[in-house]
Design a protein around this ligand. Structure first.
Ligand code: SF4
Ligand code: SF4
Length: 269
């Protein structure tokens, strides 16, 4: 399977181009239009109406009722010491190797033909296996019904050839939607531009197909280290060692059965 073509790996014949999000945080103004558009389109309940008190953030992170989360980070600018705000609209990464999908026993989580990862609310049984499996802490259970919820990358809109609600609502084009290859090329150009302008700390996050999740379908341009934004610096698919563990368990079971058979045969002599 190509690291960039998870739909083909999931069994789709001749799938369309993989799509995703490129979120350029350098132009985010923190208006939260993306959060509101996501809730409005997807019928996500309102939660976290109070500000946290530490910033203009009001949910503190992604959750079952927050499929887009705009982080407000107040910090002293490295070098000058001036105060600055970093704003970033976070979302499910639609990983190339998605552990949430690997562990789902019901098939509620599935890979779409467009390479995205979607959870079907009418199939989810609320077992919660996917929650600790996600290396980013994205997918979450809703308190009142126990089922798992997260960004669907507006699969229903994509099937009607419309773009996701958040990227359509974003007034600064901080959230860009499109074929992943195009987004990667655009992001590389933007990074080069920022470096030429002297923004040396600008970096891409989640764009690398050789990273621990095989590259993200939703990747970012950040202005500081990922940890500053609450993102893991080196995420790894949590099911990476499962095949080895199953092989070891199978070998142990075979040894056990073999010993039992040998003991039984020996006892009959
Ligand atoms: S970020 Fe988490 S919930 Fe989203 S696809 Fe990856 S593992 Fe699944
Ligand atoms: S809509 Fe765009 S500019 Fe506004 S908070 Fe979301 S990403 Fe930032």
């Amino acid at each position: 399977m190509s690291t960039l073509d998870p739909a083909a790996g999931a069994g789709y014949d001749d799938p369309p181009a993989r799509v995703g999000f490129f979120t350029d945080t350098s132009v985010c103004i923190g208006c939260k239009a993306c959060e509101v558009a996501c809730k409005e389109w997807n019928g996500v309940p309102a939660r976290g109406r109070e500000l946290l008190g530490s910033s203009y953030d009001n949910t503190g992170g992604l959750g079952a009722d927050t499929w887009r989360h705009v982080a407000f980070i107040e910090q002293r600018r490295p070098g000058t010491g001036d105060l600055r705000w970093l704003m970033s609209s976070d979302v499910c990464k639609h990983c190339t190797r998605a552990a949430c999908l690997d562990v789902c026993p019901t098939g509620a989580l599935f890979r779409t033909e467009l390479g995205t990862v979607v959870v079907q609310e009418d199939v989810c049984n609320g077992c919660g296996y996917c929650i600790p499996a996600c290396p980013y802490g994205v997918i979450d259970q809703r308190r009142d019904d126990g089922r798992a919820w997260k960004c669907t990358l507006c699969y229903d809109r994509l099937r009607d050839h419309a773009e996701p609600a958040c990227s359509q609502a974003c007034p600064t084009n901080s959230i860009q939607f499109g074929p992943l290859d195009e987004l990667r090329a655009r992001a590389a150009g933007r990074l080069e531009q920022l470096h030429e302008l002297g923004v040396d700390d600008a970096r891409l996050y989640g764009h690398d197909p050789d990273d621990g999740v095989g590259g993200a379908g939703a990747f970012f341009l950040l202005l500081d280290r990922p940890e500053v934004y609450g993102l893991p610096p080196d995420p790894v698919v949590t099911t990476r060692d499962l095949p080895k563990m199953w092989a070891a368990a199978a070998a142990a079971a075979l040894t056990l059965v073999g010993s039992a058979v040998a003991a039984f045969a020996g006892g009959r002599r």
